[in-house]
Design a protein around this ligand. Structure first.
Ligand SMILES: *[C@@H]1O[C@H](CO)[C@@H](O)[C@H](O)[C@H]1NC(C)=O
Ligand SMILES: *[C@@H]1O[C@H](CO)[C@@H](O)[C@H](O)[C@H]1NC(C)=O
Ligand SMILES: *[C@@H]1O[C@H](CO)[C@@H](O)[C@H](O)[C@H]1NC(C)=O
Ligand SMILES: *[C@@H]1O[C@H](CO)[C@@H](O)[C@H](O)[C@H]1NC(C)=O
Ligand SMILES: *[C@@H]1O[C@H](CO)[C@@H](O)[C@H](O)[C@H]1NC(C)=O
Ligand SMILES: *[C@@H]1O[C@H](CO)[C@@H](O)[C@H](O)[C@H]1NC(C)=O
Length: 306
């Protein structure tokens, strides 16, 4: 075979592959738009399905990016700060090649669907931050094997962090769960992520409790993290003694470097308050009922010395 023929054949093969891959995501976006509440009419003006004269017309819709502007396969959907409301949008399984979904800064509410890995199997970036989503993280999220970036910060999520999130989302490089109401302990297995791709772990401002597991030390040098403003208790693992205190701050029962020394601080608090109260009570009693003290032989000499 001459090189020319090989070249033409591979071109043909390539284009047939591209045809095979291309899909029409018009129905996906139509279903999605119907499922959301758009009080400011932000999408109405550009998401106009009646003018569908050419292939790829959906690619010019607000927030829509396609793999190729001349076909209708959605690559990313950034519906950011548009005042949108409603539940997690419907119909996304129709956008079969979507890899980036950003719904940050709206007023979406309700849970993450429990079949999210089926709806969005190829998703790499999921940003739901600054909404009113609630409920638990579905264990189904652990089957999103392409997920690299997950930002759930500033929502009303609660419940535990799924214990095996680390085993099943090996690609995750950034996990931001800050400013929610997650509770329970840090799953020790999350520290397995230190050996994978994790670079950012933000657990700030939740209701997580228990001790900081010593296995957290494995995150110390590769991961930027925060556990501030939770309900953690006990000692900060000693590997963190030279870290900045702010990543542990706001946990009232957590102590040890870089936070204050545990035992001394607790003893100091109690004894100094106790001493102050004792002094005031003693002084008042001695002032109004001096005879109690005068007849008390053990105190007698003490008072006269003063
Ligand atoms: C949608 O497109 C059709 C056809 O181009 C046009 O007649 C109609 O006014 C458009 N609707 C909006 C809301 O822009
Ligand atoms: C989502 O959009 C916001 C605002 O444009 C941006 O700051 C953020 O980085 C985006 N998230 C992702 C995952 O691209
Ligand atoms: C996730 O949801 C899909 C579709 O409903 C289901 O097939 C799969 O078993 C679920 N996985 C988990 C771990 O829940
Ligand atoms: C997550 O989203 C919040 C709010 O939009 C933002 O401040 C934060 O930087 C994001 N986290 C990461 C790791 O990008
Ligand atoms: C992950 O944890 C969930 C809930 O605890 C469990 O249903 C699931 O089987 C676990 N998956 C693996 C692979 O351990
Ligand atoms: C913290 O710094 C001190 C003084 O530089 C050093 O001796 C100690 O080994 C450091 N601790 C850790 C855990 O790196």
């Amino acid at each position: 075979m001459s090189d020319d023929i090989k070249f033409v054949l591979s071109l043909l093969l390539l284009s047939s592959l591209m045809l095979f891959v291309a899909s029409d995501d018009t129905e996906c976006l139509r279903t999605l738009q119907k499922s959301l509440v758009d009080p400011r009419g932000e999408l109405e003006s550009t998401w106009n399905f009646s003018g569908n004269g050419f292939n790829g017309f959906i690619c010019s819709f607000t927030g829509v990016n396609c793999w190729n502007p001349s076909d209708s396969t959605v690559r990313s959907l950034h519906l950011v700060s548009l005042g949108l409301q409603g539940q997690f949008p419907e119909g996304l399984q129709g956008c079969s090649m979507i890899e980036d979904l950003n719904l940050s800064g709206n007023s979406f509410s309700g849970p993450i669907p429990s079949d999210i890995s089926w709806r969005l199997p190829y998703l790499r970036y999921l940003d739901l931050s600054h909404n009113s989503f609630s409920g638990q993280i579905p264990t189904n999220i652990t089957e999103m094997t392409k997920l690299e970036f997950l930002n759930l910060s500033n929502n009303d999520f609660s419940g535990p962090i799924p214990s095996n999130i680390s085993l099943l989302v090996p690609q995750l490089s950034s996990l931001d769960l800050s400013y929610n109401s997650f509770s329970g302990p840090i799953p020790v297995s999350i520290t397995d992520m230190a050996y994978l791709k994790l670079k950012t772990l933000n657990l700030r401002h939740n209701k997580l409790n228990g001790e900081i597991p010593w296995q957290f030390c494995s995150l110390a040098h590769s991961v930027s993290f925060s556990v501030a403003e939770n309900l953690f208790s006990g000692l900060v693992p000693s590997c963190f003694e030279n870290f900045t205190a702010s990543i542990f701050a706001g946990n009232r029962r957590l102590c040890g470097a870089p936070l204050g020394n545990c035992r001394l601080r607790r003893v100091n608090d109690e004894t100094s308050i106790g001493a102050a109260v004792g002094f005031v009570v003693g002084f008042v009693l001695a002032f109004y009922f001096p005879h109690w003290f005068v007849f008390s032989t053990s105190l007698h000499s003490y008072i006269f010395r003063i």
